[in-house]
Design a protein. Structure first.
Length: 343
């Protein structure tokens, strides 16, 4: 039985010295395992920061504070105004054949600064100042040009409706009651039915903007009557009484007049067919067999918007289809009392 060497079989578990190199057989050398880092019990000194409520600041413009006060030398023309400048409305000119030469004449010979933008059969002329607008309008009047202007409004009134008041109440009484409640009232109107012109117990109020404008919707009584206040929703489009076109009024319209009944080149009040029960009607906008204020006309703004949204059809195709296939037009009746669109 071989002799057992106990000393050779015992494993040395002591960590080797990190600085010593152990020699193995065959001349190879291996690096011993390094000792782990021994944690230090010494506390690291911390620097104490002194608190101060003031920070050292330097202002390189301090020297200007010692200069004598010479008063307000600021030019008032260079100050920036915080008020909103209203936009100048364009002058819409009916496009003549030589409108480019006309615009060149307006700018170069007449000295009126304006830029043009085509809009279908019209040209919109944009001026920089209200003075140029007045000069442009005077020039177009002297040249017998057809145009119209949509007047701009600096302060646009807020429209509301009041329901529940008596149908025969005085409009001035409504205005006085609202003024006493610190509302800025411009005018009061009584709404009527579109066809019969029968008065309704619904009143339209035009209010100027004010700080308490939203409080009017909280009113429940007025002149000892229980009321409801709602925003006014205008579902109708404005029609010009002069040229019978839509989306502008007759106040600043200088286009040639057209009749609402027969589309003749005369004002509607001078129509020879006015008051007759049976007469042939003709639309001044689409030449259809109906009056120009007929809402089933393909040129009516709401019908145009419907045509634009037809899928799979171009706008020209949809419009031409509606011109050929009109909706049933109203029967020919007496036109002594024209049903004008409400303003």
């Amino acid at each position: 039985m071989p002799e057992c060497n106990a000393d050779a079989e015992i494993m040395n578990i002591d960590p080797p010295d990190s600085n010593s190199v152990r020699e193995e057989n065959d001349g190879y050398q291996t690096q011993g395992r390094k000792r782990g880092r021994v944690p230090s019990n010494e506390a690291i000194p911390r620097k104490k920061l002194t608190r101060s409520n003031s920070l050292p600041l330097q202002n390189k413009f301090n020297a200007l504070a010692n200069l004598p006060d010479t008063g307000n030398t600021q030019d008032p023309t260079n100050t920036i105004s915080l008020t909103k400048i209203p936009k100048i409305p364009p002058v819409t000119l009916k496009k003549p054949d030589n409108y480019r030469d006309l615009i060149k004449q307006i700018n170069e010979k007449e000295g009126i600064k304006c830029n043009a933008k085509e809009a279908g059969e019209f040209v919109k002329l944009f001026c920089e100042t209200p003075r140029d607008v007045r000069s442009l309008v005077n020039f177009l009047d002297k040249s017998n040009k057809e145009y119209f202007v949509i007047p701009g409004q600096v302060v646009k009134p807020i429209k509301i409706v009041i329901k529940g008041l008596p149908i025969d109440i005085d409009l001035e009484e409504i205005k006085t009651e609202l003024v006493n409640k610190k509302f800025r009232v411009q005018k009061v109107n009584q709404l009527k039915r579109y066809k019969t012109r029968e008065p309704l117990n619904i009143y339209q109020i035009h209010l100027f903007p004010s700080d308490n404008i939203k409080e009017i919707y909280q009113l429940t009584t007025l002149s000892y009557n229980i009321i409801t206040v709602e925003p006014y929703e205008n579902r109708q489009h404005h029609q010009c009484y002069n040229c019978q076109m839509w989306s502008h009024g007759s106040k600043n319209c200088k286009l040639n007049p057209k009749c609402v009944i027969c589309a003749g080149k005369h004002p509607s009040r001078e129509c020879p067919h006015k008051g007759k029960k049976e007469t042939e009607t003709k639309c001044a906008n689409c030449n259809g067999p109906h009056i120009a204020s007929y809402r089933g006309c393909p040129k009516y703004p709401k019908n145009i918007m419907k045509n634009r949204t037809q899928p799979g059809k171009s706008f020209a195709a949809a419009t031409s289809q509606n011109v050929n296939k009109l909706a049933p037009h109203p029967p020919n009746t007496c036109y002594g009392k024209r049903e004008f669109p409400s303003t």
